[in-house]
Design a protein around this ligand. Structure first.
Ligand SMILES: CC(C)(COP(=O)(O)OP(=O)(O)OC[C@H]1O[C@@H](n2cnc3c(N)ncnc32)[C@H](O)[C@@H]1OP(=O)(O)O)[C@@H](O)C(=O)NCCC(=O)NCCS
Length: 180
């Protein structure tokens, strides 16, 4: 029997998605999860257009290059245009990301969780990583974040070690995903 096709796809934000993006971001606030979704960057942008410009600068590595590596932001969308998850692909590591953050981070909106969104999102962003030549991808999560750890493992992540975050003092799981 053929598996049911997964029609959730990767998108980068366009001006027409202002309302969809707002709905996505506001859901984290409503759930009391302001720390996820890189929400601050959205809230601190005076307009949606400014937010898009900011994301573009990040992708080109032109936003505070002394601090940040180039990073591209993707969203997972359903066929109706509802944004389900956000992910950030960092094009290379720096000493901080080597410990915590890795190449790929993600968050799924609260109402879309436990439906395979993170698993699908990470799989698709891994494809993007391969496209920019990353054959060994580091993905990290808090030691007690079972959902994220499972997401990484289901995408082929092999646990290298656990390290203590110098920022939060939390224990961080570090997984590598090898791709041909
Ligand atoms: C962690 C997170 C990304 C998972 O997203 P999701 O779309 O619910 O994940 P999926 O539906 O793809 O589930 C992946 C696996 O994790 C499991 N899982 C998901 N959430 C879980 C939870 N809260 N507790 C235990 N297992 C969980 C699923 O059952 C599935 O495993 P299975 O196939 O063996 O059953 C989501 O809860 C989230 O956005 N959390 C806040 C932000 C965050 O923690 N981001 C990751 C930072 S490293």
């Amino acid at each position: 029997m053929n598996p049911i096709p997964d029609d959730r796809f990767l998108t980068q934000l366009a001006p027409a998605q202002a309302a969809a993006c707002q709905a996505f971001m506001m859901e984290f606030i409503a759930a009391g999860e302001s720390e996820y979704g890189w929400l601050n960057e959205y809230l601190e942008s005076p307009t949606f257009s400014a937010y898009l410009d900011y994301l573009e600068l990040c992708a080109m590595g032109e936003y505070k290059p002394e601090i940040y590596v180039p990073q591209t932001t993707f969203f997972l969308s359903d066929p109706q245009g509802r944004l389900l998850g956000i992910s950030r692909l960092r094009h290379r590591l720096n000493p901080s990301l080597e410990i915590e953050g890795g190449h790929i981070g993600y968050a799924v909106r609260p109402s879309a969780r436990r439906q395979g969104c993170a698993t699908r999102l990470l799989a698709l962003v891994l494809g993007q990583a391969r496209g920019i030549g990353l054959t060994r991808v580091l993905v990290t999560c808090d030691d007690d974040n079972t959902g994220s750890a499972r997401t990484i493992e289901k995408n082929g992540g092999l646990l290298e070690d656990k390290r203590t975050s110098p920022h939060s003092s939390r224990l961080i799981r570090r997984y590598w995903i090898e791709q041909a």
